[in-house]
Design a binder for this molecule. Structure first.
Ligand code: SAM
Length: 207
């Protein structure tokens, strides 16, 4: 697919195929559980190599694991802002049985590789989302937030990376906005779902 590279595998290995310093924005949604914290550290380590100077990592997190996920990313990248996704339509972001918090927002951590200078615009740190379609996977997310940040932080032709792409929601958003895309997914069935979605969308965009 032109401008689209999809890989089945573990991003900690497959990520080596990405050219160093080539990615403008990594937008990703890892698993949030406490025992998956290592994914945030590996993601930030990958971004330190693969982002352009000044390139952006925007990564979804959870309120329960916010402090740990921020510290993991801060080992490699420069903290920029905490963003939140909200949904006023009533569909929340689930409940955390440990803290008994009913989540009415989802944090998105914004980090940058240092060396890129100032941004040329103001960027909102809250995005109102829609209720995600979960028809393909229970973890499937909506695209509104990704579309906003891809459009705001990158230009057409820039490379956007999602190394834990699930069903491919964010790579599709990037493709629709005329960006180049790299998507990686470790689970084969989910990878096949993402690939089929991207194939279909690409054909639709070419017609
Ligand atoms: C929360 S889901 C992403 C959902 C996605 N945003 C969507 O809308 O479908 C996280 C995904 O990361 C994948 N994943 C977990 N560890 C991975 C790894 N080491 N390398 C690549 N993918 C991984 C999981 O299989 C899962 O599909």
């Amino acid at each position: 697919m032109a401008g689209v590279e999809l890989y089945h595998g573990d991003f900690r290995k497959v990520g080596d195929k990405i050219e160093d310093g080539s990615v403008s924005l990594c937008y990703s949604d890892p698993e949030y559980a406490f025992d998956k914290l290592h994914l945030y550290e590996s993601l930030a380590e990958l971004c330190l190599k693969k982002l352009k100077p000044g390139g952006h990592l925007m990564v979804l997190s959870s309120t329960a694991n916010l402090l740990n996920t921020m510290n993991a990313c801060a080992k490699y990248l420069q903290y920029w802002s905490l963003c939140v996704l909200t949904n006023e339509n009533g569909a929340g972001f689930g409940t955390d049985p440990n803290t008994r918090v009913e989540m009415r927002h989802k944090p998105v951590l914004w980090f940058r590789r240092s060396g890129g200078g100032d941004l040329d615009r103001f960027v909102a740190n809250r995005v109102e989302t829609s209720s995600p379609d979960k028809s393909l996977h229970p973890w499937q997310q909506g695209a509104v937030d990704a579309e906003y940040y891809i459009e705001t932080l990158t230009r057409p032709g820039d490379l956007v990376l999602d190394p834990m792409m699930g069903t491919g929601t964010y790579p599709i958003a990037a493709l629709e906005l005329g960006r180049k895309v790299i998507g990686i997914e470790i689970d084969f069935a989910t990878f096949e779902t993402a690939k089929a979605r991207l194939d279909t969308r690409l054909v639709e965009l070419l017609i």
